[in-house]
Ligand binder design. Sequence first.
Ligand code: NIG
Ligand code: FE
Length: 410
Amino acid sequence: MRTLISNIQQLLQTESTNKARKQGLEMQQLPMLENAYVLVENDSILDYGKMGDLKEQQVDKNIDASGAFVLPTWCDSHTHLVFAATREGEFIDKIQGCSYEEIARKGGGILNSARKLQDTPEEVLLASAYERLQDVRSYGTGAIEIKSGYGLTLAAELKMLRVIRQLKTMTKIPIKASFLGAHALPLAYKNNRAGYIDLIINKMLPQIAEEGLADYIDVFCEKVAFSVKETEQLMEAGARYGLKPKIHTNQFNCMGGIQASVAHQAVSVDHLEVINDAEIDCLLQSDTMATLLPSAPFFINDHYPQARKMIDAGLGVALATDYNPGSTPSGNMPFVLSLACIKMKMLPEEALNAATINGAYAMELSDTLGSISLGKKANLIITKPMQSIAYMPYAFGTNWVEKVMIAGEV
Ligand code: NIG
Ligand code: FE
């Protein structure tokens, strides 16, 4: 099956060097071709170039992209897409002055989601997660990471991860699964933190590994959740099963979570609403991606990560949604791009790099996704006609995604 996308106004992110990620000043570079075509064979990019160089040939399908931009689909490297119920009640509490951390301390928040998930059958979870996956695909997401962490018992964590495994078979969108047993301390372990860590390490991890249910281990390293020491213990345990860390840290406090994650070769550290100079330096010396989730501070009215400072220091950053029922009830990547530019002063080119190639890097998928390169997966966004790439983050809330191609299929 051959599909030709022709007359593309601009084909974006045509990366011939196969860079795994972009950092610092490179983030401003978005290679592109004007008046271009992409030729897709089955699920991959067979060829691309300028219309003038297009050789006449037989194709099965022709898509005329006059006036449109074509770019790689979003790589959303941080989501909690599997959940049982939304949490509008807490939304009202927040409007009335309660903070996200206060709600968590009162047994709301993650524990609220866990209670509901424990009582929800696997097939019900699967159906709602699949619907969300279709929804985020319509915004242009073409690769996604999904976490457990609303189970918090052996049975319920396994149930979540099995749902993610089933999702992997139901879609051509590449999915990575992260085991986030250490998302919150369950009430049953209120006075026995060590007991819960022991449950994760000695009961949950072995079974998850045996069933091959996770690609990564995640920990919510924060004052309201797990300490740096506990995070280290969990990363070490994960490593024994070949699970690399992707760690929630620095959402509210700088406590050493970044340094510990880097020391354990974390693929990414995520949130980073707060960060100090030593932590930026530490990341600069590492292969760990700094993943920013600006729709979380948008929704809980917190301050945004200092993206400008990080990029100007030479770091690469990735952008992801954090789609979850508590701090970010949205999986809309175009909105994340708008927040990145409007609230974090990222340039449109930087936001596009952060949401494509750097997001792919944060899921270890940059050899197959994240740029328009020969042989990479044909996961592409075709936009509505527009004047410039700045329109994408500028026109916040506007649906400018016209078509989404996943593995060669629109
Ligand atoms: O990434 N911060 C920890 N976990 C999620 C929120 C989870 C929730 O509130 O349900 C996050 O923001
Ligand atoms: Fe998260």
